[in-house]
Design a protein around this ligand. Structure first.
Ligand SMILES: Nc1ncnc2c1ncn2[C@@H]1O[C@H](COP(=O)(O)OP(=O)(O)OP(=O)(O)O)[C@@H](O)[C@H]1O
Length: 122
């Protein structure tokens, strides 16, 4: 079904539709919306558990972690975006901070995509 929906979207962008291909199955209008499984997956993290993590660990943040957390969350909630380079010695809490940022954003149903550049860590 998902593949069909994607094909339908491509066709519509070009002024066409699966409707024209009588032998093809049809995509219902209702399933055409909110149908991207990749997006649905990213929005379906267990929010209660994320909120628990947030409530448990957010108060533990150091002043420095809190400052970075607030700055990044503000950029997200205000839709400003930005590029932030968080650095520090091993064991200083970068991953801890990253998990809290992910939990804060995902618990609202918003999307966090983790990516990594290979060859950078040493
Ligand atoms: N503010 C904090 N309160 C309690 N525990 C913390 C805090 N910050 C970090 N930790 C804990 O310290 C340990 C090391 O932190 P973390 O793994 O986030 O460091 P890191 O900077 O990502 O390290 P590395 O660069 O080696 O990957 C983890 O067990 C983490 O849960």
């Amino acid at each position: 079904m998902y593949a069909l929906q994607e094909i339908e979207k491509l066709l519509r962008r070009n002024g066409d539709s699966l409707e024209r291909f009588t032998k093809m199955p049809k995509v219902s209008e209702s399933s055409a919306n909110d149908s991207n499984v990749l997006i649905l997956d990213e929005r379906s993290y267990p929010r209660e558990a994320l909120l628990e993590t947030l409530e448990r660990d957010a108060p533990k943040m150091t002043d420095e972690q809190r400052k970075i957390f607030d700055e990044i969350i503000d950029a997200v909630t205000e839709g400003r975006g930005g590029t932030f380079f968080v650095y520090g010695f091993g064991g200083t809490g970068k991953t801890f901070l990253w998990k809290l940022l992910s939990a804060a954003i995902r618990s609202k149903g918003d999307i966090v995509l983790n990516v990594a550049s290979s060859g950078i860590a040493s």
